[in-house]
Design a protein around this ligand. Structure first.
Ligand SMILES: Cc1ncc(COP(=O)(O)O)c(C=O)c1O
Length: 476
């Protein structure tokens, strides 16, 4: 299936024409930015010159010249018959999925759709933010470039962001890390001794559980807070836990959000038992229907440590995350962090600073795109009889309940059809069970998403949905 962009859509994406630059330069640069930040994908057919000049109200020379510049710079190529297609200079690089287990560290084949990771493409405007950050670099290159706690302007911007969300924070409380996972690992290393019990809801995000295990923790599984906050409080009390890892905002994989009451309840339990709450806010920005109607966990539990990330809001490839800790814990966490690395890259920190300034959070465009993708993936409910899902109001995946214990069989069948999925058991805190559950991430480009949904529906047919089975039994 060929992808094309209509003249009308391209004009919308380009936005108003810049003044003070020649029209062909504006057009060529606009299309280049759209390719560079992933809004025009490699292989997309551009409108014909005639369609575009009519839509934009420019001369034919303008469009011809702009397409010529794009071809010269490797951002477009001429089709043999007629027409022009978008090129990513050097071609797109396969893979780039965030690995959920060691086997997926193997490079992904081009023709395989990797749904073991739930991460969106880069935010529109990423390329411009990089360009602006490069302009800022001269201020930094005269010195050595190590910022073990983070570049000051980013720490300030992040502190301000917490304060704006109702959690008064000063920049000294912020440590910039190379992603949320590295942030969590530093917090675990700082706060845990061997065999310390740590409570984690099950299912949970497996990489964080592995990080806990590596820090020597004894991981104690708890039910989901959204299912029974009293049961979770019971586990905290009985386990003598030292820490609890919490994901109150769009829990990965279920997408659930804790209510204010649940947050207050858990916070009280942390305080009364002396448990350090570690709050993973990686997904907090990914609301789709409405912003989260609850205060951040740190507003309820001032003693907790919060870990955030630019990965889902802006782009995973930035590898920038952060820790917000109470003053009393910052030093210990910073020291633990220095056993892992000496700081995040300056350029990427500046890029995140730019993006926080220019768009603050997930862009409306990304949100609309992800919402539409969620709708496509929800279509599996009709195609796969017996599948049930609670539609999450945010996050990046659906957590399906299957009518039979067939998660692993489904993963195997889907792999044969070119889609990699993670079985329910991977999200179980003890790595077992959850055979009635499957996670389907949906933040994919349109073409891939439809192919993935088709393959999953077909794989479910291969596994033998219950209806098919009884039909077979009747005919036998
Ligand atoms: C819940 C959760 N925490 C942490 C991470 C890791 O984030 P980062 O890319 O910032 O290391 C992810 C990535 O998917 C995640 O889903």
């Amino acid at each position: 299936m060929e992808t094309r962009v209509s003249a009308r859509r391209l004009s919308e994406l380009l936005g108003p024409r810049s003044v003070g630059v020649p029209a062909y330069g504006w057009l060529a640069d606009g299309i280049r930015q759209l390719v560079a930040d992933g809004r025009l994908l490699h292989g997309t057919r551009l409108p014909s010159e005639r369609e575009l000049l009519t839509q934009l109200g420019v001369s034919r020379t303008t469009v011809t010249r702009a397409y010529g510049v794009l071809r010269d710079r490797g951002y477009a190529s001429a089709l043999r018959g007629s027409g022009t297609v978008v090129q990513v200079p050097g071609g797109p690089v396969a893979g780039g999925g965030e690995p959920l287990e060691l086997s997926s560290l193997q490079p992904t084949r081009d023709d395989v759709i990797d749904l073991t990771c739930a991460a969106p493409a880069a935010t529109p405007g990423l390329n411009r933010a990089y360009e602006a950050a490069v302009e800022r670099m001269p201020s930094f290159i005269a010195a050595a470039g190590y910022f073990p706690l983070g570049v000051p302007e980013l720490r300030e911007a992040l502190a301000q962001r917490f304060t704006d969300r109702g959690v008064a924070t000063d920049p000294d409380q912020i440590i910039v890390t190379t992603g949320a996972l590295a942030g969590l690992a530093a917090v675990f290393r700082a706060g845990l001794n061997r065999a310390d019990p740590v409570v984690v809801e099950s299912p949970s995000y497996p990489n964080s559980v592995r990080a806990l295990e590596h820090a020597g923790a004894r991981v104690v599984g708890a039910p989901l807070v959204s299912d029974s906050v009293d049961d979770v409080a019971g586990v905290i009390r009985r386990s003598n836990a030292r820490m609890m890892l919490a994901m109150p905002d769009f829990h990965n994989p279920t997408g659930q959000v804790w209510s204010d009451d649940e947050r207050a309840h858990v916070a009280r339990k942390w305080r009364s038992t002396g448990v350090t709450g570690v709050v993973d806010e990686t997904m907090s920005d990914t609301w789709l229907d409405h912003p989260i109607d609850a205060r951040p966990m740190a507003a309820h539990a001032p003693g907790c440590v919060t870990v955030g990330s630019a990965s889902k809001t802006f782009w995973g490839g930035l590898r920038i995350g952060w820790i917000r800790a109470p003053h009393a814990l910052v030093g210990a966490i910073a020291r633990a962090r220095l056993t892992m690395d000496l700081g995040a890259p300056v350029l990427e920190q500046l890029v995140v600073g730019q993006l926080l300034q220019s768009q603050g959070a997930l862009s409306d465009e990304s949100r609309e795109r992800i919402k539409a993708s969620r709708q496509v993936m929800l279509g599996l409910a009709e195609r796969c009889p017996g599948w049930r899902v609670e539609v999450p109001t945010g996050g990046l995946s659906l957590w399906w309940h299957l009518p039979t214990e067939s998660s692993t069989a489904l993963v195997t069948a889907a792999e044969r059809r070119g889609v990699l999925l993670a079985p329910g058991s991977l999200f179980a805190v003890d790595g077992r069970g959850l055979e009635r559950w499957i996670r389907t991430p949906y933040a994919l480009d349109d073409l891939t998403l439809h192919r993935a949904a088709d393959a999953i529906a077909a794989a479910w047919g291969d596994v033998g949905a219950p209806a098919t089975r009884s039909a077979r039994a009747n005919s036998a």
